[in-house]
Every structure is written in structure tokens, then in C-alpha cells.
Ligand binder design. Structure first.
Ligand SMILES: CC(C)(COP(=O)(O)OP(=O)(O)OC[C@H]1O[C@@H](n2cnc3c(N)ncnc32)[C@H](O)[C@@H]1OP(=O)(O)O)[C@@H](O)C(=O)NCCC(=O)NCCS
Length: 167
């Protein structure tokens, strides 16, 4: 779908489309460095990690229960979305957002929210009654985006540093 900008003037050709694995994969892998290193402070993306990620994406790119989208500027991906269907203890089908990314120079213009809408629509069309995601508390921009789009916290993953026990 070709999109007029959600706000302000910007690149005229930006559009959300499905991932073309062979054409897009190298750019999508480059995005993963910031995504993983921002959301998991201390983690370093390695060549092995990227090789496994590439394999995983190639496998799921053929599955009905996985949705892979890019924000395309007419030449290359400038954003990425991975959404899938999962089952939980209480819901047989819910959407789960695994990865969402907008290139730094395009942030703050509504494209992240546009990808969120794409994920929600994709999941609803496949029968999902709800959509979930995990977010790192340190990623304030992402948490704010989810909250402003209507997402709320259902469970907290809590952590405590145990290194002083070994000292
Ligand atoms: C998170 C991310 C996808 C947001 O994309 P974006 O295109 O900048 O988001 P939008 O422009 O659609 O903004 C949507 C809302 O997010 C919040 N937001 C976005 N950037 C923000 C910032 N710098 N500071 C505070 N809030 C921000 C705002 O609530 C905003 O709504 P508003 O404009 O009505 O105030 C983008 O920052 C990103 O790709 N980050 C790196 C990858 C990542 O960490 N992904 C999330 C993994 S959980």
C-alpha cells in the first residue's frame, strides 16, 4: 500500500510492503545490530547471531503464521516488522510482535505507529483476539510508542543482580 506521510513532508515513495527475502535480507540484518544492542544492553551482535537470524527469517518467510513487512523508500528497506501468531495459556490465537524498526532518520514521523497498525491488522485478519510484545524498560521511545498506541503492561519480568554473592 502506498502511503501519504502520517505527518509532515517526507520521502514521497515510502510504503509498507511484504518482505522480499532475497532482496531485503542484508538490510534487515543491519537493522538487528541496533535493535538487539539497544534492547539488551551489554549484548553484542555477532556474525553467528546474524547467520542464525537469517536462517530463522528464511524459514518463517514461507509460513502463513508469520508476517514480515518492510517500510520501503523505493530503493531499499528503511523499516522492518516481524509479527507472528502464538498460543498462550488463555488465548488460542494472539498476535506477537517480534521485531519492529524504523531507520533513525525517519523516526518521530509516525512510521513506527504505521508498522504497529500493520501488525495489528495482519493479526486480526488471522483471527487473533489480542496482540502482545516484549519491550525493554530502557527503551523509552519504544515503550512510549506502545503505550500511546493503547498497549498496557500485563506481566513484569523482574530481575535482581546476584554477582555480590560470588564476591
Ligand atoms: C521504537 C521505534 C520503532 C519508534 O519508531 P518511530 O517511527 O520513531 O515512532 P513514531 O514516530 O510512530 O512515534 C510513535 C510514538 O512513539 C513515541 N515516541 C517515538 N519516538 C519518541 C522519542 N524520541 N521520545 C519519546 N517518545 C517517542 C511517541 O509517543 C510517539 O507518538 P507521538 O508522536 O504521538 O508523540 C524506533 O524508535 C526504533 O526503530 N527504535 C530502534 C528499534 C527498537 O528499539 N525497536 C523496538 C523493539 S521493542
Amino acid at each position: 500500500m502506498a502511503l501519504e506521510s502520517p505527518s509532515q513532508a517526507r520521502l514521497p515513495l515510502l510504503a509498507v510492503r511484504e518482505l522480499n527475502f532475497h532482496r531485503d535480507i542484508e538490510t534487515i540484518l543491519r537493522f538487528q545490530v541496533e535493535i538487539y544492542e539497544t534492547n539488551f544492553p551489554g549484548f553484542r551482535v555477532t556474525a553467528t547471531f546474524l547467520r542464525d537470524y537469517r536462517r530463522q527469517l528464511r524459514r518463517v518467510s514461507r509460513q502463513w503464521s508469520e508476517g514480515l513487512f518492510v517500510l520501503d523508500d523505493g530503493q531499499q528497506p528503511r523499516g522492518f516488522l516481524w509479527v507472528g501468531l502464538i498460543t498462550t495459556l488463555i488465548s488460542p490465537t494472539i498476535g506477537y510482535i517480534k521485531n519492529i524498526y524504523i531507520a533513525p532518520e525517519l523516526r518521530g514521523q509516525g512510521w513506527g505507529r504505521e508498522l504497529l497498525r500493520t501488525a495489528e491488522q495482519w493479526a486480526a485478519e488471522r483471527g487473533a483476539t489480542e496482540i502482545e510484545l516484549d519491550a525493554s524498560v530502557c527503551n523509552e521511545e519504544a515503550v512510549r510508542m506502545y503505550e500511546s498506541a493503547g498497549y498496557g503492561t500485563r506481566r513484569l519480568r523482574m530481575a535482581k543482580d546476584l554477582r555480590s554473592f560470588g564476591a
